[in-house]
Design a protein around this ligand. Structure first.
Ligand code: AMP
Ligand code: ZN
Length: 493
């Protein structure tokens, strides 16, 4: 018996516009595809948020006992600067500017992506395919779409015919756009484009002579359109119909709308049961984005070296901050919010550290079954991590009461409570209770005592800048000083 058999999970489906009860196509198995990064620059914290939302979802599925095939691609070709199939390939442009090979760009930023995700304690996906590794599959899909009459070739490029498709299908059903508005609102063709209509999108583009990323095809030496890779890779690894397709909200249109159109024509079926879209991280109320310079890089948090940050923060605190918001809500970044998250995260970890030291009694003053149900209900309600975290803090309150001898817990209940807290905090939310260093505890406390003494001296000399610096630097590595009437003590998280 697996946990999922007792749970009713509801997921918000962008396609139906409501929370639907989730039932996978094959019982016990889930196929999930998430659009991965275009590896032409360092990922920023906004990108991390979207991938973290799906990491949390992947983790919860696994916790429920599902066997999950999670495919997250690497876009290493075909993504042009502009969504209207114009401009240079982002990777080729970077290669030209840096005077290196496109595949050096790809390698550099794929490594950066993996290092960043490792720092934030992500689970690796089951398969991480690349666009360039699937050119043959993409060409085959174009041939099928051409054969079925939903695409046309012009001067070595192939375009998907959106108006033709919309005669028998519904282009816009995911994003809620209607074709009339699209026709009205799309910029007129500038005479440079080969497209019949501006809303058509490229399946294959003929490469200009200077374009270095090119592959042979029946139509020209060229490269695939960006939307096609995800149809090729999701079909190959998850089948013509699979359970979940995810990505950031900004991919809903045109990227995901085009994926649906391609797959419906080439496979004759609607490809995805549940479309999931994670919302944006904003900075000063604006979407975090490389192109506008409005972003923070993950590494800035670890060094604290950013105008947006007052000090360094651990990856787990940043993770906690992000998961305190629901994945479908916009989250605005601020240093104050992050400081509050750090406090919350420290409090949670402190309580977890007490768990094994708590005294046990003959009764339990906490309804553990009810609390457990609340935790599952939160996650079953479209992965409501803020509610789950609030529930975890009910447990923290109880743990602290037991610690202060104001409440009692039996041995069995404590084991149950401890296992559930650990499962949700570490397995599902993916938070980490990191020891600040590998030194032996004695050596660590001797070192901290020396620093506490130096800080006391600095304060006695009214050198508050130095005393605050000592306190803040210790906090940055997870050591919190507490001033009390008997002097200063410290705790680690
Ligand atoms: P890209 O590499 O630009 O294709 O983006 C990778 C992923 O990050 C996509 O799923 C985007 O939707 C997502 N993304 C980009 N900017 C943000 C942001 N500010 N907040 C959350 N997700 C974002
Ligand atoms: Zn995609």
């Amino acid at each position: 018996m697996q946990l999922y058999q007792n749970q009713e999970l509801k997921i918000y489906n962008s396609l139906t516009g409501k929370k639907d009860i989730f039932n996978p196509i094959n019982e016990g198995h889930i196929g999930m595809y998430v659009c991965g990064p275009t590896v032409y620059s360092n990922v920023h914290l906004g990108n991390v948020r979207t991938f973290m939302s799906f990491d949390m979802i992947f983790r919860y599925f696994k916790h429920l006992g599902y066997k999950v095939r999670y495919v997250r691609n690497i876009t290493d070709a075909g993504h042009l600067e502009n969504d209207a199939d114009e401009g240079e390939d982002r990777i080729a442009k970077k290669a030209r500017l840096e005077q290196i090979e496109p595949m050096e760009v790809v390698q550099m930023y794929t490594v950066d992506f993996h290092n960043t995700l490792n720092a934030f304690n992500f689970l690796p996906p089951s398969i991480e395919p690349t666009a360039t590794g699937h050119i043959i599959e993409q060409i085959e899909i174009i041939k099928t779409i051409l054969d079925k009459g939903f695409a046309y070739e012009i001067n070595g490029s192939v375009y998907f015919d959106v108006l033709k498709y919309n005669e028998t299908h519904n282009y816009g059903k995911l994003s809620g756009r209607n074709i009339e508005d699209l026709i009205h609102n799309t910029r007129a063709l500038d005479g440079q484009s080969d497209k019949k209509n501006p809303q058509d999108f490229a399946l294959w583009k003929k490469a200009e002579p200077q374009h270095i990323m090119r592959w042979p095809s029946p139509w020209s030496d060229g490269f695939p359109g960006w939307h096609l890779e995800c149809t090729a890779m999701s079909t190959k690894y998850l089948g013509e119909q699979f359970d979940i397709h995810g990505g950031g909200m900004d991919l809903k249109f045109p990227h995901h709308e085009c994926e649906i159109a391609q797959a419906e024509v080439s496979n004759g079926k609607s490809p995805v049961n549940v479309w999931m879209h994670a919302n944006m991280l904003t900075l000063n109320g604006q979407k975090m984005a490389k192109s506008t310079g409005n972003y923070i890089l993950p590494n800035d948090f670890f060094t604290g070296d950013s105008k947006h940050l007052s000090k360094p923060f651990s990856a787990s605190v940043v993770r906690f901050f992000m998961l305190q918001a629901h994945y479908r809500s916009i989250l605005d970044f601020s240093n104050d919010a992050l400081l509050a998250s750090e406090k919350g995260s420290n409090k949670l970890m402190e309580a977890i550290n007490y768990l094994e030291k708590l005294p046990v009694g003959n009764t339990t003053d906490f309804d553990i079954e009810d609390w457990k149900n609340n935790c599952y209900n939160a996650m079953n309600d479209d992965f409501n991590t803020p509610i789950l975290i609030a529930e975890l803090f009910s447990a923290v309150k109880f743990i602290n009461q037991v610690k202060d001898n104001k409440a009692s817990v039996t041995k069995e209940d404590l084991e149950d409570l401890s296992a559930t807290v650990h499962a949700f905090v570490f397995d599902v939310l993916g938070l980490q209770n990191i020891e600040p260093c590998n030194e032996s505890p004695d050596k660590l406390s001797d070192t901290v005592e020396v620093l506490i003494k130096l800080r006391a001296e600095a304060r006695a000399n009214k050198d508050f800048a130095l005393s605050d610096k000592i306190r803040d630097e210790l906090l940055a590595v997870g050591i919190q000083l507490k001033d009390g009437k008997d002097g200063t003590s410290f705790s680690t998280n």
